[in-house]
Design a protein around this ligand. Structure first.
Ligand code: MN
Length: 259
């Protein structure tokens, strides 16, 4: 029996996590260890200076899950290092917003999948490209279906080590999605602004606000695929070496004895 860990960065009660759990139960035995609160945009965290607590909770259908006060990547480490035996694969999500371009460095969803790869397990991050300021509850069913298909392929085909897969799915009905494109990381455009306010004692505080990010919809990129109506699957490398500039940096910075 295939054993799958599901986690997320939105907290164990998030509807996207439950949609993912339900879809992946068709593939194997699903265990959940997810954060007890929202860690979105927390990046890759390893909690070293405080203890981590783990509690049992029930999902929407009454099934058992584990929750922790650690970050998403901590949850994966807790599971892999002892709390969940014999895992085959880790899936993180479904995040309610896309994780494309430089988002992947901020994303708790993606870094949870990266943590799995660090421990030698295949890792998949799943995100839904929902519209800004949507009012209705999100429909995760198409994203969950794409996640299930990708997981089945991941189990049939061994991925290179160091590779984490980042799946983004348009917020469209399943039949309206044009298919799956394998893409490269694209470019997000951030519209962050520093807001300065005063607290009740007159002391300034700062809030990073501004409009939601947009992106450059280049063909062949994650953002471009989503804007063209495709689901996007991007292989990310945990080895962040900028191979293309290695020689140039070597020329500029290497110490040449006698040179
Ligand atoms: Mn999130």
């Amino acid at each position: 029996m295939i054993k799958i860990l599901v986690t997320n960065d939105d907290g164990v009660t998030a509807p996207g996590l439950f949609a993912l759990v339900e879809a992946l139960r068709e593939v194997g035995e699903v265990s959940v260890l997810a954060p007890d609160h929202n860690w979105s945009a927390s990046g890759h965290v390893k909690t070293l200076h405080r203890p981590l607590r783990v509690k049992e909770v029930n999902l929407l259908d009454g099934s058992q899950a584990l929750t922790s006060d650690g970050a998403p990547s901590d949850c994966v480490a807790l599971a892999v290092l002892g709390l969940v035996d014999d895992l085959d694969l880790v899936v993180s999500g479904i995040n309610p917003n896309a994780n494309v371009g430089h988002d992947v460095t901020y994303s708790g969803t993606v870094t949870a999948a990266m943590e799995a790869v660090i421990w030698g397990l295949p890792g998949l991050a799943v995100s839904l490209d929902s519209p800004d300021n949507h009012l209705d509850p999100l429909d995760y069913s198409a994203a969950a279906e794409y996640a299930r298909r990708v997981v089945e392929l991941m189990l049939e085909n061994k991925l290179p080590s160091e590779t984490v897969l980042n799946l983004n799915v348009p917020a469209l009905p399943l039949d309206d999605i044009k298919g799956l494109q394998v893409t490269r990381q694209g470019l997000r455009v951030y519209h962050d602004e520093l807001l300065v306010r005063s607290d009740p004692r007159g002391v300034p505080y700062y809030w990073i606000g501004g409009d939601p990010p947009t992106g450059i919809p280049d063909q062949g990129t994650d953002f471009g695929a989503l804007k063209a109506g495709f689901a996007s699957l991007t292989p990310l490398n945990l080895d962040l070496t900028a191979v293309g500039v290695l020689e140039k940096i070597r020329e500029l910075f290497s110490d040449h004895p006698g040179g």
